[in-house]
Design a protein around this ligand. Structure first.
Ligand code: NAI
Length: 329
């Protein structure tokens, strides 16, 4: 039998946490033969709710779940974790400026970077879900210098999956028949969902199958960019089950590898590929093998796409500047 893997979920008493922890305990993230120990962190006002989640995890009697650490102590939560899914954060409330939200989250991610660096397994893989996801991940990377930059990522897989879903709905085919869409850039409405390289049924270009460039260049992009807001409007709560499921997809593919011929989107530390400024956490097409992601290289980028790649990069440069202003204040 395999040794258990320790998986940290921060913000575990929240909406996404509640959907995510049972998925992890069922083997959806790391495989049906991989025992896990769940580490759950939340803040003191949520301690009682967190304990309730722990009670339910016990009651669900998950065979793969070998232990539960539920705590409001960051160091204890981070102790020896192999995977860290950072969902905890300060939500944007009515009337709050972007800068106020940034300032709250930057200080959380700075502190949690240090806790992970001091306590986590040396090869911990980190996925930041909490918004602003790319910039939170960047701050985490900068304040945890001993964690390799290849091990810090943010979630854009939900946007990727949303793009697959929209194409599948439009063509009335199963979503499993669609692959190789790309989410470029920021997990925000400036992201660019790109279908120029996407295919259905193994090799047929999505552009040919859809045969409606106006829809692909217009409404499709907008729908994916605005999907989070549409879910809030419908549910009066933000996406949770789809975010949790996509977080499992992200870690599973990272750890266990992407299928041959398939890429996925991950927010990762830019090395300057595709002329995206180095030193940003930016969503790229990646393949994964043996626990390591690599950016898919040499995809042709046309003028339409180039503008969109640059616009979302520009927003990330601004966010980075804003984050540093907050840190230095
Ligand atoms: P939520 O508000 O239901 O849960 C957040 C939890 O984090 C709460 O239980 C809160 O007490 C906790 N928390 C706050 N500060 C913390 C800290 N310093 N340490 C540990 N825990 C802390 O929010 P929900 O719906 O679960 O969303 C969580 C985050 O994920 C939000 O920032 C949201 O914007 C983001 N999100 C990102 C998506 C993506 O695709 N990247 C998709 C959907 C949501």
């Amino acid at each position: 039998a395999k040794d258990p893997v320790r998986v940290l979920v921060t913000g575990a008493a929240g909406q996404i946490g509640y959907a995510l922890v049972p998925m992890i305990a069922r083997g959806i993230m790391l495989g049906a033969d991989q025992p896990v120990i769940l580490h759950m962190l939340d803040i003191p006002p949520a301690a009682e709710a967190l304990n309730g989640v722990k009670m339910e995890l016990i009651d669900a009697a998950f065979p793969l779940l070998k232990g539960i650490v539920a705590t409001t102590d960051v160091a204890e939560a981070c102790k020896d974790v192999n995977i860290a899914v950072m969902v905890g954060g300060f939500p944007r409330k009515e009337g709050m400026e972007r800068k106020d939200v940034m300032s709250k989250n930057v200080s959380i991610y700075k502190a949690q970077a240090s806790a992970l660096e001091a306590n986590a397994a040396k090869d911990v893989k980190v996925l930041v879900v909490a918004n602003p996801a790319n910039t939170n991940a960047l701050i985490l990377k900068e304040f945890a210098p001993s964690i390799p930059e290849k091990n810090i990522s943010c979630l854009t897989r939900l946007d990727h999956n949303r793009a697959l879903g929209q194409i599948a709905e439009r063509l009335d085919i199963p979503v499993s028949s669609v692959k190789n869409v790309i989410i470029w850039g920021n997990h925000s409405s400036s992201q660019y969902p790109d279908v120029y390289h996407a295919v259905i049924d193994g090799d047929k270009p999505v552009r040919e199958a859809v045969a409606d460039d106006a829809w692909l260049d217009g409404e499709f992009i907008k729908t994916v960019q605005q999907r989070g807001a549409a879910i809030i409007k419908a549910r009066k709560l933000s996406s949770a089950l789809s975010a949790a499921s996509s977080a499992c997809d992200h870690i599973r593919d990272w750890v266990l590898g992407t299928p041959e011929g398939t890429w996925v989107s991950m927010g990762v530390y830019s090395d300057g590929s595709y002329n995206v400024p180095a030193g940003l956490i930016y969503s790229f097409p990646v393949t994964c093998s043996k626990g390591v992601w690599s950016i898919v290289q040499d995809l042709p980028i046309n003028e339409f796409s180039r503008k969109k790649l640059d616009a979302t990069a520009e927003e990330l440069v601004e966010e980075k500047q804003l984050a540093y202003t907050c840190i230095n204040e």
